[in-house]
Design a protein around this ligand. Sequence first.
Ligand code: 5GP
Ligand code: ZN
Length: 120
Amino acid sequence: MSKPFTDPNCIFCKMVSGEIPVKPLLENSHAIVIADINPQAPIHALAIPKHHVPSFAALTPADADILTSVMFAAGEFARSQGLDSSGYRLNINHGVNGGQTVGHLHVHILGGRKMTWPPG
Ligand code: 5GP
Ligand code: ZN
């Protein structure tokens, strides 16, 4: 892919570019997976597109490859952790009511314990 668009003020863009050093748990053409700094489950990681997309709601049909890569990265990471049989949760927060705190699209991968429903 061509060099992804980055926002110089975005913490996840800084991780993608290497300005903030991270050890990705997994990487594909358009996405990286990192461990969440504040885990809410025994396994809690974030699948992050390399391209700066501010939120799920900002995706357009032109971003289909990005979204596909992010979701496949999440699934591949879950499989690598042995979560396919026990189950896991993928979560995308958008906006204030969704509880989004970082303005760069990311998919939470949560596993290793039984999740509750409805979510808080
Ligand atoms: P959101 O609330 O936007 O859906 O999720 C943001 C997530 O990013 C949170 O779960 C939070 O713990 C995580 N996070 C915020 N800052 C950092 C960081 O500097 N490093 C890592 N690894 N995770 C972070
Ligand atoms: Zn960003």
